[in-house]
Design a protein around this ligand. Structure first.
Ligand SMILES: O=C1C[C@@H](O)[C@H](O)[C@@H](O)C1=O
Ligand SMILES: [Co+2]
Length: 298
């Protein structure tokens, strides 16, 4: 048992959403960080609205919070690796300055996550040539991340070319395990493949960062029925905090402990903050983690 090896965070996405910047735009950094403290989390990930490092560091230090990582959209297939590395270097320098441990990367070439396309039926697929280009590019990015004391963790995502377990298998096979690690997001793999444990069991040795996102089955099924996009689905309430949906997080957490996972688990539940009060949901998550995971699982 090693509960103490896990750091618990909560992502800004319940307060403000980078995929739809108008959502929760009146929620300030102070409001977010204050809520994170009230709910008893140790840190967060960087949101698009966060200020420059000097200001952010002060706000975090005042509340004894830390930064786990930050999302980076790569377009390796579309733009080529040289172009991507220029922007990624800046991202890594920023994260190193913030004392983060991971650089979260998602390949967004052909992604439909920000479009009105049906997220359940219209995901893109890469050609063999594109897979090779992606893997080569990620290896270079992983090398760069390591130079900044960071681990590159790849984020599989609905509506992208790396969504299903089969696609994650392929990416893991094609990339160097010392350079490219995996971010395990329960919600994305559950909506994609209807289960989340097989990915965890198969690729535990590559997982270096975790997002706990729960899914409400009835809403997911309704969104599928209505051919909803990714954004319409989360606005409808497809995702929620652990304990409030249909994923059994006790099994997930037991497996992480059994495999001696060390690192961050970040609660990440995008919903419309007008409908799902961010602090109320952060407290709901905290209560579930305390009572069902931390106290019961030995
Ligand atoms: O980690 C994430 C970051 C978001 O921007 C993304 O769309 C969300 O679904 C997610 O899992
Ligand atoms: Co995620």
């Amino acid at each position: 048992m090693a509960h103490q090896d896990i750091k618990w965070g909560i992502a800004p996405i319940g307060w403000r959403n980078d995929d739809m910047p108008e959502i929760g735009k009146d929620n300030t950094l102070g409001h977010l960080l204050g809520d994170i403290c009230i709910a008893g989390f140790e840190g967060t990930e960087v949101g698009g609205f966060f200020p420059e490092p000097a200001i952010l560091k002060k706000e975090l230090a005042l509340r004894n919070l830390t930064i786990a990582g930050k999302w980076f959209s790569s377009f390796i297939i579309r733009d080529g690796i040289d172009e991507v590395l220029k922007a990624f270097q800046e991202n890594c320098a920023y994260l190193q300055e913030m004392g983060a441990s991971v650089a979260v990367v998602s390949e967004q070439t052909y992604s439909i996550q920000g479009t009105s396309k049906n997220v359940f039926k219209e995901k893109p697929y890469f050609s063999d040539e594109e897979w090779s280009k992606l893997a080569e590019g990620l290896n270079s990015m992983g090398e760069m991340a390591a130079r900044y004391d960071l681990k590159l963790v790849f984020h599989h995502h609905l509506g992208t070319g790396v969504q299903t377990l089969e696609e994650i298998d392929r990416l893991m096979e094609l990339t160097d395990p010392d350079k490219v690690h995996l971010l395990y997001d329960t919600g994305h793999i559950y909506v994609s493949d209807k289960e989340c444990l097989p990915l965890l069991k198969k690729h535990m040795n590559r997982i270096e960062h975790v997002h706990f996102k729960d899914v409400r089955n009835p809403i997911m099924n309704a969104c599928k029925e209505k051919n909803y996009s990714f954004m319409d689905s989360f606005l409808e309430g497809m995702f929620t905090v652990p304990g409030d949906g249909d994923i059994d997080f006790t099994k997930v957490y037991e497996e992480l402990l059994a495999e001696e996972y060390k690192g961050w688990i970040v609660i990440e539940a995008e919903q419309d903050p007008e409908k799902a009060h961010p602090l109320e949901y952060a407290l709901k998550a905290r209560k579930y983690l305390d009572t069902e995971l931390l106290q019961k699982i030995k």
